[in-house]
Write a protein that binds this ligand. Structure first.
Ligand SMILES: [Ca+2]
Length: 196
């Protein structure tokens, strides 16, 4: 349901380290995603991705960042959000936190915070872990966003060491009752109609 959930598509200008710091507002560098607050690092060769070759540091240069995408949903239907989470390993040990949230229009109606302990990981061994979260859509268009809540404020670089994000996916969760109706009820109705 998402476009470019693994962040593989975009138009980055990599620096010599293999990443690019992006700043809000930016709605074109990473295909399908917009940066609405702060800064996000678009990571290429700088560190190991969870999937493909690219990922994000949600605290880019100096600021915790927010990135989001909107997609069609069916009100009342639950959706499973899955993503790969790690942390910028350049400052450790520390605990980093990402907030995943959904909004309908300008109203954020649900969110969850996921923390990740950075302790021993390296850029070539990021320790990606997959987490998931469920929300129930409230409108025909849902905005899914990720915000860094990292608290490490570096004397030189500020909030530049955030949660790492990759491989985001969203799938509708079929409800058992609905499946039962579709699988049995409608077939039975069709059968009866054919008999009459
Ligand atoms: Ca990726």
């Amino acid at each position: 349901m998402l476009s470019n959930g693994s962040f593989e598509l975009g138009n980055p200008t990599w620096n010599s380290y293999g990443f690019q710091s992006l700043f809000a507002p930016d709605n074109f560098t990473i295909t399908g995603w917009a940066i609405s607050a702060g800064s996000v690092d678009y990571i290429g060769t700088y560190w190991q991705a969870a999937h493909g070759r690219r990922s994000l540091d949600l605290a880019g240069l100096y600021y915790n960042g927010t990135i989001f995408q909107s997609f069609p949903t069916v009100p009342g239907v639950p959706y499973l959000v899955s993503f790969a989470l790690a942390g910028n390993p350049d400052v450790q040990p520390r605990t980093t936190t990402v907030r995943v949230w959904v909004s309908a229009g300008s109203s954020t109606f649900d969110w969850a915070d996921f923390s990740y302990v950075v302790n021993g990981q390296t850029r070539s061994n990021m320790g990606w872990t997959y987490v998931s979260w469920i929300f129930t859509a409230q409108s025909p268009l849902t905005t899914l966003g990720f915000t860094s809540l990292d608290t490490y404020n570096d004397p030189q670089w500020g909030y530049s060491f955030g949660p790492a994000l990759d491989d985001v996916s969203v799938t509708a969760i079929p409800e058992p009752a609905t499946l039962a109706l579709l699988g049995l009820g409608l077939v039975a109705i069709g059968f009866l109609r054919r008999q009459s």
